[in-house]
Structures are given as structure tokens and as C-alpha cells.
Design a protein around this ligand. Structure first.
Ligand SMILES: Cc1cc2nc3c(=O)[nH]c(=O)nc-3n(C[C@H](O)[C@H](O)[C@H](O)COP(=O)(O)OP(=O)(O)OC[C@H]3O[C@@H](n4cnc5c(N)ncnc54)[C@H](O)[C@@H]3O)c2cc1C
Length: 492
């Protein structure tokens, strides 16, 4: 529907630009169509006329549909207009126009920033229509347009039996994913998403387009691999090296008893597991059948067969029989359909901490204590970790901007709620903060930029760690006026 409208608007926008230079005709047209949407006015007419894609103003019929975001809690920041870019030239036109007219800009690809940092009160430069992927089997290189999503990676990967380290959520943008490092079930075996990046094209704040790779602007190439989206410019292309896929065994297993022992024993298994094992561990609390019923889930994949997975997991099965078990060996992309999620918009606040060792018994007790004291919303709360290690550590920590390659896990508290939970929200957020603070001694002060968090106060240390000064130097060079910024971005 939007596609049809887009072409209409595009034509309409060009007509509007022509009208701008013929005021007499414009006045006649206006008097005949007083109930029609206003469309771009003032300086916006010039921008609309220069775009191949369309410019959707606040009063346009499509605006509400496009003014969405994964993080529903932050929808109150409303752009003046959304540019649906169809080409790199459109992105350049938006940036140059916004600079001339002093309008704030932000890029949006998948709109899945946890803090909704792809929103602005100015011009939202939306790349979601620029979502093609070309794959060359001879080189195993995939060329992703800047607005491609995991969804298109799945489609291209399945057709060619190749993959990269992608996320589970099909609606997440490859731009945000790759620029923030990018974690997924392949990362321990194949590295982070950013480790597969070969080159990228970036529209800078002055409208210049640069290519960064190991040989072209290598310091920029260093900086964009792991420091997060929204820092230096707008990426319109990513060239990524893919790897061939084979069968994997996917699994989802649940326990409702012996939880502390399951926690410890599974952690031992996970830390000793081969890189072919990718896993997310979740301790959940639910209010569905009485207050704060706890249960554990593990979700992931093993490049190997079911027998190998069962052998790996035997110690934890010896502690207690699972209350639910699903596992199956399948071709890689069939397995991903069981592991993936759509990522529909929701009310959520996620807070993370990197850990550099195992969670010790006192840390485990702290986690269980807070989960048992959860004030409660209508959605299950989760404390979880994504197991790191494996080949992520094969890359030296200063080889890319991703600052915490030696971490063992990313731990996270995932609080979700529904509109009817408003009355208990402040209590839940206070609990979230106290829990997050209580975990610092057992994890670290470092946090994951891809799960960017508005409540994180030491954000420069937390997100950029040892790389802050080097990143600032690149920032000063590429974006000296700090055009690309959000409250947690790299300062000048
Ligand atoms: C449901 C869900 C599941 C997730 N799963 C994973 C996962 O498995 N692995 C993982 O690593 N992360 C995951 N994330 C985190 C996700 O990678 C980050 O939130 C990422 O920033 C989202 O990218 P996006 O393009 O969708 O978001 P957007 O909101 O569009 O952008 C995020 C940031 O990047 C900037 N940006 C967007 N496009 C561009 C561009 N083309 N050039 C430059 N800057 C740009 C934006 O301005 C903003 O600052 C998940 C997030 C959610 C909500």
C-alpha cells in the first residue's frame, strides 16, 4: 500500500515543487482543494522535489503508519517529516537540505533501537525502502543496501545456503546490528556481525560519500565496527563476507525445578562448550499461575547432531528432567525459523552488563532474590545472558571498535509491560534499576551499545570503554558539527 502511495506522493511532491515557482497557479489549485492534505510547504517543497522517494509530512495520511518504532514507550518524539529514501542520492539530498535549513536529522533502518534513538523532532531519514541484497557466489560477498533487515538476510541466505552472524529478530536493521557489533547464535563460531564487514559506504554530514574498508580510510573502518549506529554518518551500503551453512540442531528446553542448580551446572557446560554452541540462557518470572513463578529456558543451536547436543547437556539433564523440550537437526535456514521472532513493537526496557567471568554463587543468589521480588507486570520478566567467547576473542580487542571482546557473556534484564500496567510501572522501573545496580559487582560497568539504555548514566565508559578517545578522534574528523548525535552517542 505504501509503495503505491509512495509513487503518488513522489509525483505529487515534484508537482508541488513546480507549483512553488508558479504562485498564481498554486493559489488557484489551493482554492479548489481546500480539504486535501497540505503536503510539503515552505522549505520542505524543495526537499520533496529533489527526492526519488517521497517525503511524508506530519499531516499526510501515511504518516501515522510510518511513525512507528519498536520501543513504544518513546513514540512522543514526532518528526516533522519522514523521507522514504530510495537511493543513496536521496540520503545525500536529505542531509544537504537539512544542513542548509538547520533541521535536525536522524537515520532509521529497522527502527529497533531500544531507546528509540532513530527518532527526531526534525527530519527522519528512513532507509527501509533501500533493502536489496545482491549476493555473488563466486566471492561469497553480499552487498546489502543500508536499509536491509535481518529478514532480507534470511531470504538471501536461504536461497544461496550461506549466512552471516545475524540476529533472531527479522525486523531489526542490518545497519544497527552490524554497526553495534552484532550478536547472534553464530557469533561464537563465526565472529560478530561486524567481523564479516568488508566495506561500507557512508554519507557524511557535509553530503560527501566515502567508502571505508581495510584499505580505504582504515581508521573509519575500525571505528564503525562495533561503536553503534548514529555516530558518524548514514551508511548506505554494507559489503559482507558470508559463510556456507550446514545442518544445525536447534533447541528450546525448559526447567521449573532445581533452578539454582540448573543455573550453576548449565553455566559450567556453557563456559566449556565448543564455539559451535550458541545459546541464550533465560531465568523468567511469571505471574500467570501465582506470584513470581520462576522457570529457566535455554534457546540456541549447535552445529552438530542431536546426539552431540544431548551429550553436551547431559550434566544438566542429570540435575532435573526438563518440563519442556524441543530439539531438531535441520538445514540451517529451516532451523532459524524456529529460533527467529518477528520483533513487533512493545513496551520494554532492557538493561545490560558485560561479564568477564562466570557469575559467582553470590551473583546467582542476587539474581534469584531480585527475580523473586519482582513487583510484577502482565508480561513475564527475564534475566538472561547471551554466551560470548569462542571466535569473538580470536580478533584482538583493538582491531575493531567493539570494546569488550574478552567478555564471557552479555547479561540483561528484560522488563516488559502493557498499557494496563501503568499504575505499577514506576515500581517496576525502580526494581529494574536496583537489580541492575546490584549486578555490577558480579558483571562489570560495561554495557552493550546495541541494547542502548536511556537509564545508563556512565554511558561513555559503559559503551565505548577503552576505545572512547580513538572514537572521538574519528568523530571530530567525520562529523565536526556533531550532526549525528543522540544522548549516548560519541561526543566530539
Ligand atoms: C526485538 C529486538 C531484537 C534484537 N536482537 C538483536 C540481536 O539478536 N543481536 C544484536 O546484536 N542486536 C539485537 N537487537 C538490537 C539491535 O541490533 C539494535 O537495536 C540496532 O541498533 C537496531 O538497528 P535498527 O536499524 O533496527 O534500528 P534503528 O532504530 O533504525 O537504528 C538504531 C541506531 O542506528 C542509527 N542508524 C539506523 N540506520 C542507520 C544507517 N543506515 N547508518 C547509520 N546509522 C543508522 C539510528 O539513527 C539509531 O541511532 C535487537 C533489538 C530488538 C528490539
Amino acid at each position: 500500500m505504501i509503495t503505491t502511495r509512495r509513487h503518488f506522493l513522489s509525483t505529487g511532491a515534484r508537482a508541488a515543487a513546480a507549483v512553488a515557482v508558479a504562485p498564481t497557479f498554486a493559489a488557484i489549485l489551493q482554492s479548489c482543494t481546500s480539504d486535501a492534505p497540505v503536503g510539503p510547504t515552505g522549505n520542505w517543497v524543495e526537499l520533496a522535489g529533489s527526492l526519488q522517494g517521497s517525503l511524508i509530512m506530519r499531516d499526510d495520511i501515511d504518516f501515522a503508519q510510518l511513525n512507528t518504532q519498536y520501543a513504544l514507550a518513546y513514540l512522543s518524539v514526532i518528526p516533522q517529516a519522514i523521507a522514504l529514501c530510495e537511493s543513496e542520492a536521496d540520503v545525500v539530498a536529505c542531509v544537504k537540505w537539512a544542513r542548509r535549513n538547520n533541521v535536525p536529522i536522524v537515520a532509521r533502518s529497522g527502527g529497533h533501537s531500544y531507546a528509540a534513538y532513530s527518532r527526531t523532532t526534525g527530519l527522519l531519514i528512513d532507509l527501509s525502502q533501500m533493502n536489496s541484497i545482491d549476493y555473488d557466489p563466486a566471492t561469497m560477498l553480499a552487498t546489502l543496501e543500508g536499509g536491509a533487515h535481518n529478514r532480507e538476510v534470511y531470504r538471501t541466505g536461504r536461497a544461496a545456503s550461506v549466512s552471516m552472524t545475524h540476529g533472531r529478530c527479522k525486523a531489526v536493521g542490518a545497519a544497527g546490528l552490524i554497526l553495534g557489533g552484532g550478536i547472534g547464535f553464530n557469533m561464537r563460531n563465526k565472529g560478530l556481525s561486524c567481523d564479516s564487514l568488508v566495506s561500507t559506504r557512508i554519507v557524511l554530514a557535509n553530503g560527501e560519500v566515502i567508502t571505508a574498508s581495510a584499505t580505504e580510510k582504515p581508521e573509519v573502518f575500525w571505528a564503525v565496527r562495533g561503536s553503534g549506529g548514529g555516530n558518524f554518518g548514514i551508511h548506505t551500503q554494507f559489503v559482507v563476507k558470508m559463510f556456507p551453512v550446514t545442518n544445525v540442531t536447534w533447541f528450546k528446553i525448559q526447567w521449573t525445578s532445581e533452578l539454582e542448580r540448573i543455573f550453576d551446572v548449565f553455566q559450567d557446560i556453557a563456559f566449556a562448550a565448543p564455539p559451535e554452541f550458541g545459546v541464550k540462557f533465560m531465568l523468567n518470572a511469571s505471574n500467570e499461575n501465582g506470584p513470581n513463578k520462576l522457570y529457566i529456558d535455554i534457546l540456541g543451536q549447535l552445529v552438530g547432531d542431536e546426539a552431540a547436543l544431548r551429550a553436551l547437556l547431559k550434566p544438566v539433564y542429570d540435575v532435573a528432567a526438563p518440563s519442556f523440550e524441543a530439539m531438531k537437526t535441520l538445514p540451517y535456514w529451516d532451523a532459524q525459523e524456529y529460533l527467529s521472532e518477528d520483533g513487533d513493537p512493545e513496551y520494554v526496557h532492557e538493561r545490560t552488563r558485560f561479564a568477564f567471568d562466570k557469575i559467582p554463587p553470590a551473583g546467582r543468589d542476587t539474581i534469584f532474590k531480585y527475580m523473586r521480588e519482582w513487583p510484577g507486570t502482565s508480561v513475564d520478566v527475564i534475566w538472561k545472558y547471551f554466551l560470548l567467547g569462542g571466535r569473538i576473542k580470536d580478533v584482538p580487542n583493538d582491531a575493531t571498535a567493539f570494546p569488550f571482546r574478552n567478555a564471557t557473556m552479555i547479561s540483561a534484564i528484560d522488563l516488559e509491560w502493557k498499557p494496563q500496567d501503568q499504575t505499577v510501572l514506576s515500581e517496576n522501573l525502580a526494581w529494574l534499576d536496583a537489580f541492575h545496580d546490584a549486578m555490577e559487582p558480579y558483571t562489570s560497568r560495561n554495557c552493550f551499545i546495541n541494547f542502548v539504555d536511556r537509564r545508563q548514566t556512565n554511558h561513555l565508559e559503559a559503551y565505548y570503554g577503552p576505545h572512547l578517545e580513538r572514537l572521538r578522534a574519528v568523530k571530530r574528523q567525520l562529523d565536526p558539527d556533531n550532526v549525528f548525535n543522540n544522548p549516548k552517542s560519541i561526543p566530539l
